[in-house]
Design a protein around this ligand. Structure first.
Ligand SMILES: [Zn+2]
Length: 362
């Protein structure tokens, strides 16, 4: 397949052609100069790295009804909220089926990787691993030990099966717990993340000590807080649709101005589809509704570029021969790629060059 149009990747937007063989990029160049011009199936469009959903709680996909009204804590905070009761009351097979269905939807929408905060301890991580084993998608799974105070054996077991630990928040977990978790993550070369300043402002000295690898939300953070996060080099995952349900939005414009490393995520699967495209559209539109517009290119980087760097595979965010992840082709006008990517993508415009990718075993 030959795509004539544009590339949008970590090097920015540019007019280009991309030639694929068996789903892999084999040739890239200036438009109209492809060596096989005229002999291949041609598509006009935009070639991008596969996007990453930077924050999910896929276990919540077991919820099939409109969640009750109430503050976010009553709905999702551990251990007694609506969400945790639902998880406890749902059989294992039903949770597995719900997560598989959500992952299948992400795959159909072209998502290449996702970062999930999985609840329910070791068993919860293993259940998501099981669901992930059947889909061609990279899953980065943050587990969460259940016992407090931290039980070193349980924590070690979580870290054996997970890629890191994702905690509720600095408000919910005391300093000793956070330190024990962060230390164990460092020792086993895994990642430590937590939610921060979601419904109320927390002081950065709490959630930045010990230094996490990822913060989620920061909807109530001030510009000074965001500067402290940037200066400490910590990446932030934002979930605009989830925050908007509770009347909040992160200050995307200040984050863009400060040059924060930002990922985008769809958050709890009981609130929304795990669609990165819906998240992009909502982030773009709602930033204008608030009178705090962000650029399309900032949002596109949050879905296509920053998360791959965070995952340690920055080359996946480049459309070039040898890329470790298959890029996507979008049948969209190539004149202004970032704007198209942020405002126009649905499953229907995604074209997948080459054969179907095989299932990943893990
Ligand atoms: Zn979360």
């Amino acid at each position: 397949m030959l795509v004539e149009g544009a590339i949008l990747d970590r090097d920015g937007p540019r007019a280009a052609y991309v030639r694929f063989r068996n789903g892999r990029v084999v040739e890239v160049g200036a438009p109209g100069t492809a060596s096989t011009r005229g002999r291949l199936h041609q598509v006009r469009g935009i070639v991008i790295p596969a996007p990453v959903n930077g924050h999910t709680h896929l276990g919540d996909a077991v919820s099939v009804r409109e969640p009750p009204d109430g503050p976010v804590e009553e709905l999702v905070a551990p251990p007694l909220s609506y969400k945790f009761q639902l998880l406890a009351d749902t059989p294992r097979a039903a949770k597995l089926a719900a997560m598989r269905a959500a992952l299948g939807r992400m795959v159909r929408e072209g998502v290449g990787a996702m970062l999930d905060f999985r609840e329910e301890g070791v068993a919860g991580v293993e259940l998501l691993r099981s669901a992930l084993s059947e889909v061609p998608l990279r899953g980065f799974v943050f587990g969460r030990p259940l016992r407090r105070p931290i039980d070193a054996r349980e924590l070690a077991h979580v870290l054996d099966v997970a890629d890191g630990v994702g905690l509720s928040s600095a408000r919910d977990e005391d300093t000793d717990t956070r330190r024990a978790v962060a230390r164990a993550c460092r020792r086993s070369r895994k990642r430590y993340g937590l939610h921060a300043s979601e419904s109320v402002r927390e002081r950065p000295e709490t959630y930045l000590d010990p230094t996490p690898d990822l913060l989620v939300h920061l909807t109530q953070a001030t510009a000074d807080d965001l500067t402290a996060v940037r200066d400490q080099g910590v990446a932030v995952a934002l979930c605009p649709r989830s925050n908007a349900l509770f009347g909040r939005q992160a200050d995307l414009r200040t984050m863009e101005r400060l040059g924060l490393k930002v990922l985008l995520g769809s958050d709890n699967a009981m609130f929304h589809t795990p669609s990165i495209w819906s998240e992009l559209q909502f982030a773009y539109t709602s930033s204008r509704l608030l009178g705090r517009p962000v650029s399309a290119s900032f949002l596109a980087r949050a879905a296509l570029v920053e998360p791959w760097a965070w995952l340690g595979v920055p080359e996946a965010a480049r459309v070039a021969p040898g890329s470790p992840i298959r890029p996507l082709v979008l049948r969209l006008p190539p004149d202004d790629p970032a704007y198209q990517v942020v405002t126009r993508v649905t499953e229907q415009v995604i074209v997948r060059p080459g054969p179907r990718p095989r299932r990943r075993s893990r």
